[in-house]
Design a protein around this ligand. Structure first.
Ligand SMILES: *Cc1c(COP(=O)(O)O)cnc(C)c1O
Length: 428
């Protein structure tokens, strides 16, 4: 301790509001450096705008990485959470929680699933799905060494099992030994899945489940292809393999449909939700069909999972998503955004090679043969007053609050245009 910090003390101290994080008693002196943070401190927000301590405002097209579906300080969310915390905020899953039951009913009535397990994050939801798949394999299918197929450039979370499921060696490299039982295939490649299943059979490590994102988010905003997912569904049905979809980023209206699988015309056996579910309040869910509802008392648990406060947040988000025309609005804003970005791509074809996405999860891919990285664009955008986030080294991701207005999308497009014009000048 370099000096005593009192909880009542303002942090950052008001007399030193620039560069405070790197000072001897600043943020970096206490918080682990598990993130490469931008040089930006955020203190308050309203709608799609966030502000730093100096009062400078930023248009937020990150939304807490696709979590703050209703933006910041949404009046309905403020009211719902204020009411809930005055009533009851946390008890335990040892008891019945009305808000949890209500949220589970809404999720079941608005998806292909029959049962819900609640937790607090995307990684935990995927852990629950992996445990369910293993128990199903062992107790229903009679497979002793069940294997799970996942996709390259996927992202499923940061726990040991979910970094193993994540098909990106950069997240795994210093954490071996990993969890056994995972095999990776290229995304949107049906022949690769068929070959992987055959290889596992030959090794007597039978494939029990396939885990995929309907649209790969963190791995580069890559939408799944309909024909591919139809073929995967058919293989799973023929072989009794569980199809698990990770809807942590794509679900809860982000794509303009409630669930990403609705774009693909198939239903999973199991799927997971988190990011947008609580509108920024931590909550995750693992949902399954009755046919694979194998978890029994004692099999799995989470102290905070589905507490009254988090469920009140998710019920509020659900209520907004249900309002007439809301999801159509998400689709329309997404089309507007992609059209604007495509026009920019057409103007700078040597910088931008592709614009893609569904609804309000969109990516702008930078040319492979130039030095420009997604991080460079994101840094320049922050300077211009727009928050964006990379999805891999070469893709800039756009995931604004779902309540973003037409005017705000236009403003964001204008800022991206300026940023690229500036970067094009320095890159030519
Ligand atoms: C963010 C994300 C996760 C991990 O969620 P956490 O809440 O950070 O644990 C898992 N899967 C996908 C698709 C994600 O985008």
């Amino acid at each position: 301790m370099t000096e005593q910090i009192l909880v009542s003390q303002s942090f950052p101290p008001s007399e030193n509001r620039t560069d405070w994080a790197a000072t001897p008693s600043g943020f970096d002196a206490y918080v682990m450096k598990t993130y490469g943070r931008f040089d930006l401190t955020l203190e308050r927000g309203q709608g799609c705008v966030v502000r730093d301590p100096q009062g400078r405002s930023y248009l937020d097209f990150v939304a807490g990485i696709a979590t703050c579906a209703l933006g910041h300080a949404h009046p309905a969310l403020v009211a719902a959470l204020t009411q809930q915390i005055q009533k009851l905020h946390h008890v335990s899953n040892l008891y019945y929680i009305p808000e949890q039951g209500q949220l589970a009913a809404w999720l079941v009535q608005n998806s292909c699933a029959d049962r819900v397990f609640f937790c607090n994050s995307g990684a935990e939801a995927n852990e629950a799905a992996i445990k369910l798949a293993r128990k199903y394999a062992r107790t229903v299918l009679g497979i002793d060494e069940p294997a799970m197929i996942t996709a390259q450039s996927s992202f499923h979370g940061r726990t040991l099992a979910t970094i193993t499921a994540t098909g990106q060696p950069k997240y795994q490299k210093d954490f071996h030994p990993l969890v056994p039982g995972f095999t990776y295939v290229p995304f949107n490649d049906i022949a690769a899945i068929e070959a992987a299943i055959a290889d596992l059979d030959a090794e007597k490590r039978t494939c029990a489940a396939i885990l995929l994102e309907p649209l790969q988010g963190e791995g580069g905003v890559r939408p799944g292809e309909r024909e591919y997912f139809h073929a995967v569904r058919r293989i799973c049905d023929e072989k009794g393999i569980l199809l698990i979809l990770d809807e942590v980023q794509a679900g809860m209206g982000r794509t303009g449909k409630l669930w990403g699988y609705e774009h693909l015309g198939i239903e999973p056996d199991v799927f997971t939700s988190a990011k947008g579910l609580g509108g920024g309040i931590p909550i995750g869910a693992m949902l399954c069909k009755e046919s694979c509802n194998v978890l029994q008392p004692g099999d799995h648990a989470s102290t905070f999972g589905g507490n009254p406060f988090a469920c009140a947040a998710a019920l509020c988000v659900a209520q907004v998503l249900e309002t007439d025309g809301f999801l159509e609005g998400v689709s329309a804003r997404g089309e507007q955004l992609r059209a604007g970005l495509q026009a920019i791509a057409n103007r700078y074809p040597h910088l931008v090679t592709q614009v893609r996405g569904w609804g309000l999860i969109d990516g702008m891919e930078l040319a492979a043969d130039i030095d420009l990285k997604a991080l460079d664009v994101v840094k320049a955008a922050i300077e211009a007053g727009l928050l964006l986030v990379p999805a891999g080294p070469k893709v800039v991701r756009f995931v604004p609050p779902l309540i973003v207005s037409e005017a705000e999308v236009d403003r964001a497009i204008g800022m991206v245009e300026k940023v690229l014009a500036k970067l094009a000048g320095s890159d030519r």
